[in-house]
Design a protein around this ligand. Structure first.
Ligand code: FES
Ligand code: FES
Length: 177
C-alpha cells in the first residue's frame, strides 16, 4: 500500500486524493513561528484555516467581507484581513495571530494597554484593534494622533468602545509600543 504524502500513513486521504475533484496538494503555513501543513482547499479564506483547522480563535469572523477588521492577522508583519485572503496566497510569508502576539503572562504592550484602559465591552472586535495597533507601532513606535486614527479608521466596534480603544492605543504609543 502506498504512503500518504499528507500524514505519512498508508490508506489515508492520499489513496483517494486523485479521484476527488478539485483536490490540491497540501499547503504549508508558518503561523506564530510553527510550521503547519493544512488540508483546506487553496481558495479557503485564511481565517477559516486559522480558526477551523489550526484552532486559533483570536481572529474573529465579523463581516466576512473585509470591512470590519475582526479577522485581522499579521502577514509578513503587515495587518491584513484574513477573511479576504485565500490561504494559497499566503505563500511563505509568516502569519501571526493574536495568540502569537503575547501571552497571559507576557502580554504585548498593546494588549497590556487595552487591559489597563479596560478598552472593550463585549470584546468581539478587539482582535482587530490590537493586531492593527501592534502593526502600526511596530512600524511607527511613536505615532501621532492623526496616524493612530488613520490606521484604525477601517475598524468597527459595535459596542461603541472607540474612545477607550483610542486611549489604549495612545497609552501604548506613549510607551513606544
Ligand atoms: S471578518 Fe474580515 S473584515 Fe470583517
Ligand atoms: S467591544 Fe463589542 S464590538 Fe467592540
Amino acid at each position: 500500500m502506498s504512503s500518504d504524502p499528507i500524514d505519512g500513513k498508508s490508506g489515508g486521504r492520499a489513496a483517494l486524493a486523485p479521484a476527488i475533484p478539485g483536490w490540491a496538494a497540501p499547503l504549508r503555513l508558518t503561523v506564530n513561528g510553527t510550521a503547519h501543513t493544512v488540508r483546506s482547499s487553496p481558495e479557503t479564506p485564511l481565517l477559516y484555516v486559522l480558526r477551523d483547522e489550526l484552532q486559533l480563535h483570536g481572529p474573529r469572523f465579523g463581516c466576512g467581507l473585509g470591512q470590519c477588521g475582526a479577522c485581522t492577522v499579521h502577514l509578513g508583519g503587515v495587518a491584513v484581513r484574513s477573511c479576504s485572503i485565500p490561504v494559497s496566497a499566503v505563500g511563505d510569508q509568516p502569519v501571526t495571530t493574536l495568540e502569537g502576539l503575547g501571552s497571559p503572562d507576557h502580554p504585548h504592550p498593546v494588549q497590556q494597554a487595552f487591559i489597563e484602559e479596560q478598552a472593550m465591552q463585549c470584546g468581539y472586535c478587539i482582535n482587530g484593534w490590537i493586531m492593527t495597533a501592534a502593526a502600526l507601532l511596530d512600524k511607527t513606535p511613536h505615532p501621532g494622533d492623526a496616524e493612530i486614527r488613520t490606521a484604525l479608521s477601517g475598524l468597527i466596534c459595535r459596542c461603541g468602545a472607540h474612545m477607550r480603544i483610542l486611549r489604549a492605543v495612545r497609552r501604548a504609543a506613549a510607551r513606544g509600543g
